[in-house]
Unconditional design. Sequence first.
Length: 238
Amino acid sequence: MPFRKKKETVANLVDREIRRFNSAKKTQDSKPAFDYPFVTISREFGCMGYRSAKVLEELLNAEIKDGPEWRIYDEKMLETIWNKEQLRKIVDKSEKMPKFHVEDFLSFLQPETPDALVYLTKLASTIHKIANIGRSIFVGRGAAIITSQLPRGIHFRLIGSLSFRIKYAMEHDGISKYEAEDFVQKMNREREGFIKKYLGKDVNDQHHYHIIINNDFFDKTQIADLMLWTLKKRFKNI
């Protein structure tokens, strides 16, 4: 089925992330603390954002020899980390992690409502802390904008023609062309609206990204290969 990922129990997710954070902490004495890069992937709805991220995650983990594994963080994962008290304490307790200063961060964003400000602060704090550990792949949630002031990020944007994205939705959701067109445009408006409401930015502004990839011409494996090549060119230690 399209646009759906294999379900993972909360218990397994929490255990997995605890091991990841502990692994990062153990490497601090032998290497500069939190010296790993991170990736953000923004995408128009109907592009292969998560699927490309999964391929990239596999490619990166096949190359590392020590330290934490690369992991994907999407909306559900980020909210789970924040809402699970045990995980939140582990992320928050690292003394060597650069501190997240809400005032500095909000100085260049314009959330539209007080509720948006509360949510944005929680979201941005979580993303910043995970990004500072590194070896993190963020899919969506405006992560490119939220982490734009951090030095070790590479920001990608996947775009595609409307016809490509409609075809992708038809094939993977088993819906008609009319339904797919309405679905793709509706979801894309919602994503753009989320970024505008919570970050006060235009997600389509190309200046937020290092590289923009047209999904019409590259499949998920080729996209992941391009991302891996970019990481290797920019950073010695991935």
